[in-house]
Design a protein around this ligand. Structure first.
Ligand code: SF4
Ligand code: SF4
Length: 501
């Protein structure tokens, strides 16, 4: 059947610069560039281009420009080019439309409508270059009361807490969805910076456990891939994944072609079979069931690891979070609707869930109102793009944030959204050894550490400007935030005053 689709991208080759080195042909796993020996010229099949920009960035002579094709259709506010193209794809394939990355739809990004405070005259600002600034963050349940004995020592029994150097953790990305090299880079960066990476639902390769287990949050997802006592006990924290912001309410599917022998061994499944995680955990249908799993995991790890429960940000997330805390979780992780993924049905990714800013504020307020906020750490993820998003999230009530898409971009990702094809030209979202080998773990981990370091400097600057010298003092402190251009109901949900008030 002839496709009625226009190519999404145009590839321009400056023939005066191109010396037919065929580098672009090697860079492009999608087969866009083809060498024609008859003419000794490079040819281009634009229909295959994903717009990942790999060839343009790596062209040694800067001979390539890749850019989106103009919208050739008559302008129509209802039938945008994307709507028409999606419909044509379905008419041609009869299938569900898949996509990678987080939703790119123009939902309001509340971070951009919230401004921070700064000290003037009284309560002077602090110079972070001269004064100590504390970003260290403790993850885990805190006691209701601290009892001090006669010698001045704390005698309250504290639950397991984890110290990270800054309130930023790498979010769950499984080996299988991402390459071994990308997975390893996250682990190396977590160790060097002093934070945690998250195994996602794909297990932790055995040879990494001794070296990186202390920097790992290991996930227990509905597929139960790669879980045994050693996996749980080598880690620093355990996370029960109930939901994911990019695809709330549905399960996961790692296609058979991405299940290499090593991925299969790590997940404890046969090589070359589809790894399907069901939408629900088949043993969780109530808060009591969730509680049983939380305590089973605590029991299996001698009550030495905090247990997190990750849920997608959905309509009644505050009540859900309250139940999770009462079920015994030490950490509640909330994943907003802009959270990334390796593959999700577009219809789900772009239409289900709520923005993390609203969910976070609602959860923090509800837990405070119920007097149980201290019993858990809140980690917010799904849409954290920069240091100012981090600091606003802390002021809205998070203890720490998860960084996923930003970490991928630091490693080279260009958000082409073709992760589900397994042909990531940047070596991140692929199990093809030729492509994965492109990602130098030493360089990628350095880029990740640089990112966290840069954000930490910026957070310290902003904290200092507010006259605060410890990130903990900012947590849930909405007095340092104001909304700009927001409706009354949005300010109410965020529990913020408008600018000028
Ligand atoms: S898919 Fe990427 S590497 Fe291939 S032609 Fe397009 S921009 Fe270049
Ligand atoms: S990880 Fe790779 S395939 Fe996925 S969006 Fe980024 S560059 Fe594209």
């Amino acid at each position: 059947m002839r496709s009625y689709l226009f190519p999404e991208f145009q590839v321009f080759r400056d023939e005066s610069k191109c010396n037919q080195c065929r580098g672009c042909e090697r860079q492009c796993a999608f087969g866009t560039h083809i060498y024609d020996p008859a003419t000794d010229r490079m040819q281009t099949d634009e229909t295959k281009c994903s717009g990942c920009q790999r060839c343009a960035i790596f062209c040694p002579r800067n001979a390539l420009v890749v850019r989106p094709t103009p919208p050739y259709y008559r302008p129509n506010e209802a039938w945008t080019r994307e709507k028409i193209d999606d419909l044509k794809k379905q008419a041609e394939t009869g299938g569900v439309l898949l996509s990678g990355c987080g939703s790119d739809k123009p939902f309001r990004i509340y971070w951009d409508n919230i401004v921070l405070n700064a000290s003037q005259v009284t309560n002077p600002s602090i110079d972070p270059l001269r004064e100590p600034m504390e970003l260290r963050t403790f993850l885990g349940r805190k006691p209701d009361l601290l009892e001090i004995d006669d010698c001045g020592e704390i005698c309250t029994e504290l639950g397991p807490n984890i110290t990270v150097e800054a309130p930023m953790l790498f979010s769950a990305m499984s080996y299988g969805a991402i390459s071994y090299q990308a997975f390893n880079s996250l682990a190396m960066a977590a160790r060097e910076f002093g934070t945690l990476f998250n195994t996602g639902e794909g297990g932790l390769p055995r040879e990494m456990r001794e070296e990186f287990g202390r920097y790992a949050t290991v996930q227990v997802a509905s597929g139960r891939f790669g879980i045994d006592a050693e996996y749980l006990n080598c880690a620093r924290a355990i996370e029960i994944k109930v939901g994911q912001g990019a695809k709330p309410g549905i399960g996961g599917h790692l296609p058979a072609e991405k299940v290499s022998s090593k991925v299969a061994a790590t997940r404890m499944i046969p090589e070359g079979t589809d790894a399907i995680s069901p939408a629900p955990h088949h043993d969780i249908y109530s808060i009591e069931d969730l509680s049983m799993l939380i305590y089973a995991l605590k029991e299996a790890t001698n009550y030495e690891l905090p247990v997190s429960v990750k849920v997608a940000a959905v309509h009644n997330v505050a009540a859900i979070a309250s139940g999770i805390v009462r079920a015994g979780a030490d950490i509640v992780a909330i994943d907003g609707m802009r959270g990334g993924t390796g593959a999700a049905p577009k219809a789900i990714r772009d239409n289900v869930g709520i923005p993390i800013e609203l969910a976070l504020s609602a959860v923090d307020r509800r837990l405070r109102e119920e007097g149980v906020r201290n019993r858990c750490t809140i980690i917010a993820g799904g849409g954290i793009r920069c240091s100012s998003d981090v600091i606003k999230a802390i002021a809205l009530g998070a203890d720490a944030v998860y960084i996923g898409t930003a970490a991928l971009i630091a490693m080279g990702c260009t958000l082409c959204q073709k992760c589900y094809t397994g042909k990531c030209n940047w070596g991140i979202c692929t199990q093809d050894p030729r492509l994965a080998g492109r990602l130098d773990t030493r360089i990628a981990s350095q880029r990740l550490v640089n990112l966290l370091t840069a954000w930490s400097f910026e957070i310290k600057e902003m904290l200092g400007g507010m006259g605060i010298n410890a990130i903990e003092s900012l947590r849930g402190n909405r007095d340092h935030l104001r909304g700009v251009g927001l409706y009354e109901w949005e300010l109410d949900v965020l529990a913020l005053k408008g600018a000028g008030e």
